[in-house]
Design a protein around this ligand. Structure first.
Ligand SMILES: Nc1nc2c(ncn2[C@@H]2O[C@H](COP(=O)(O)OP(=O)(O)OP(=O)(O)O)[C@@H](O)[C@H]2O)c(=O)[nH]1
Ligand SMILES: [Mg+2]
Length: 640
């Protein structure tokens, strides 16, 4: 049975280097890593099939890691070797915990550590609910780490570049420290195992194999995160990691427990290629996945080798990964049976967009094609949202890398270039006082004339009331059948007020008027209603309204100190912050922010949190804007 590992973690921590090194253990060649796509590697190790999913580390491509976690037996969070960089690993630790995937941590670049290993682990621990268990200690020569001591077996290994590590005698100066740490590790593990606790109490030395078995169970039951370390760039610690995975990684049965026992396969993302079209990454969870078989009610077309993207074997063994082509309706993510889709776990639910652009095709004739392409990309990408807005398409992305990835797919797979424009908030206007007008529409053109006469009042209505139309006409001065036309005219006038924006929160009351038995018509009363309301609005002290959002920022606690200044700088109103009850080491920061500031929030938050902060927003209310700011908005964005 084939097993699958997802490598996730911050940018440049060495995931791709580690993935290459793991594949090299199995003698497999690896295609180059992509900065914007999850790379799949497959190899055999000691007679077993393995797939490694190498996820990009840009925080705005977190969605790809969440997809990979759906299908992986084990997540390996590859962390940088600096205590100060631990917060960069926070989103990945969080995604791993949310997915429910058993997780290990690999502290990489141990050849050039920027701190003591125990400090690094302590710093990482702040962002995980699962206890982290350091199963090794470094073997040093001077300050340099040259190998590793396995604290379970109490054996020392020296790294050798390009070769297997060498078993060496435990250096005398390490021995005492090692014994202490070995005892501490056993004590930590005994929290998960009564037998081990008893052995310790009885002062018996447990056999290494029994302790390894406890480690394996801890991982399989997802109760703790083991921490290993190494230097993938030098091949150091890679075999240790692979052996730990081989001994401890649970198989597809455990994944089925997580996804739903009935699941026979799980989809975890889509790739698009110019000639091959849309292809879904699928992991088989049971026998029977083959060309021509059914999956989620659809007949499986071509099955490709996910590494080379060429036709693969006819059948896919349980646990192996394949690329389903020519199946346009195959779900992009989530577990399924032969007949149907099963519910997708919450951990792969859509991500709130962090930035938006209006995307347009440079050539008018490509607009429809762009619309269709974007709609289908959004369906496949839980991190992408597309809405129609004012004739354009408002595309919500996670950040610049994500936008680049979307643009690249549009260009490469659909042959579509796009122009990206900034989005503008939906400003509105209202009135500050009431007004009363009399407006007559009269025209004599050739034969039939036009005549309509209306008197009406306009008055402010409470925020959120929208448009209210009333009439108190007496004695049929405006005949009943023309009143809807007056209302329609009023609506036309409100579509664009004196400041250039749609008018809201007003009551228009038709009070009186005159008509003519021949020249009056719906048309004439509509024109009169429109003219009257236009006139009234100008007299009613128009006021600009801006949308204000309730914003919830999620960031590791170390960054929250700087957020108050950031929000004040964006003219936001801070509502407070709390520990985030949903994730270890994260804070939840709430504020009100004008929508016009949201495009600045995303890059500033990225800068203030090294890319890991994110936010959710929803429209809260409209608020009045006065003075120079209002004049500027009306001048630059009003369509007067
Ligand atoms: N010193 C040292 N450098 C390493 C090690 N492993 C990787 N690197 C270097 O770190 C840099 C980033 O490595 P990648 O493997 O591309 O990192 P990644 O995590 O895949 O990065 P993204 O895919 O961009 O998120 C490269 O320059 C590697 O050569 C290591 O063990 N020690
Ligand atoms: Mg990489």
């Amino acid at each position: 049975m084939a097993r699958c590992v997802a490598l996730i973690g911050p940018a440049h921590s060495g995931k791709s280097t580690l993935a290459d090194a793991l594949a090299a253990l199995g003698g497999a060649a690896a295609p180059p890593a992509s900065p914007t796509e999850a790379r799949v590697l497959a190899f055999d190790y000691l007679g077993e099939r393995w797939t490694v999913i190498d996820c990009p580390g840009a925080p705005d491509l977190l969605g790809l890691a969440r997809d990979a976690l759906l299908a992986a037996d084990v997540a390996v969070v590859v962390a940088p070797p600096e205590p100060d960089a631990a917060a960069l690993a926070a989103p990945w630790l969080r995604a791993a915990e949310e997915s429910g995937a058993p997780t290990m941590v690999f502290v990489n670049k141990a050849d050039a550590p920027q701190g003591r290993l125990r400090e690094i682990v302590a710093a990482l621990q702040a962002y995980a609910r699962h206890p982290m268990i350091l199963r090794q200690m470094p073997l040093r020569e001077g300050e340099k780490i040259v190998g590793v001591v396995d604290l379970v077996s109490e054996r020392a290994w020296k790294w050798r570049e390009g070769q297997h590590s060498q078993l060496v005698a435990m250096p005398a100066d390490v021995e005492e420290n090692e014994h202490e740490r070995h005892a501490a590790l056993l004590e930590q593990l005994s929290e998960f195992d009564d037998w081990l606790l008893e052995e310790i109490v009885e002062e018996r030395e447990p056999a290494s194999d029994a302790v390894y078995a406890i480690c394996a169970r801890m991982l399989a039951e997802n109760r703790a995160m083991e921490v290993l370390f190494g230097a993938a760039g030098k091949g150091a610690g890679v075999t240790r990691l692979m052996k730990a995975l081989r001994h401890e990684a649970p198989g597809v049965e455990a994944l089925r427990e997580r996804l739903g026992k009935a699941a026979t396969a799980v989809a975890f993302g889509v790739r698009r290629r110019k000639h091959l079209g849309r292809m879904t990454l699928v992991r088989a969870l049971a026998p029977g996945l083959a060309q021509g078989a059914k999956l989620a009610g659809e007949t499986v077309g071509a099955l490709l080798d996910p590494v080379a993207e060429r036709p693969g074997g006819a059948a896919v063994e349980p646990g192996a990964v394949t690329l389903a082509a020519k199946a346009d309706h195959m779900p992009a993510r989530g577990p399924m049976t032969a007949e149907k889709r099963l519910p997708t776990p919450l951990a792969a639910a859509p991500l709130a967009p962090q930035e938006a652009r209006i995307l347009a095709a440079p050539a008018e004739r490509d607009e429809a094609k762009l619309g269709a392409a974007l709609a289908s990309l959004a369906e496949d990408d839980a991190a992408l949202s597309v809405e129609l807005e004012g004739g354009g398409r408002r595309v919500g992305v996670q950040g610049p890398m994500h936008l680049r990835a979307v643009e690249a797919t549009l260009a490469d797979a659909f042959g579509l270039g796009v122009e990206a424009h900034p989005v503008t908030p939906p400003w509105r206007e209202t009135i500050a006082k009431g007004a009363e007008v009399h407006h007559r529409h009269r025209k004599q053109t050739g034969g039939a004339g036009q005549f309509a006469d209306v008197r009406l009042t306009i008055a402010p209505a409470p925020r959120g009331a929208g448009f209210v139309f009333e009439e108190v006409v007496k004695g049929g001065a405006v005949p009943r059948n023309y009143i809807p036309a007056v209302e329609a005219g009023a609506r036309e006038a409100l579509a664009k007020g004196p400041l250039g924006f749609p008018v809201v929160d007003v009551v228009v009351t038709l009070t009186d008027g005159q008509h003519h038995s021949v020249d009056s018509s719906d048309f004439a009363f509509r024109a009169a209603g429109r003219g009257a309301v236009q006139e009234a609005l100008a007299e009613a002290a128009p006021v600009l309204l801006q949308p204000v959002h309730m914003v919830e920022i999620h960031a590791p606690s170390v960054f929250t100190g700087g957020l108050s200044t950031l929000i004040s700088g964006l003219k936001g109103q801070i509502l407070g912050f709390d520990r985030d009850g949903d994730a270890a080491g994260w804070d939840l920061f709430r504020c009100l922010l004008p929508e016009a500031m949201l495009p600045d929030l995303a890059p500033q938050l990225r800068a203030a949190t090294q890319g890991v902060g994110r936010f959710e927003t929803r429209l809260d209310h409209y608020e009045e804007v006065y003075g120079k700011e209002a004049e500027r908005i009306s001048r630059e964005h009003g369509h007067a």
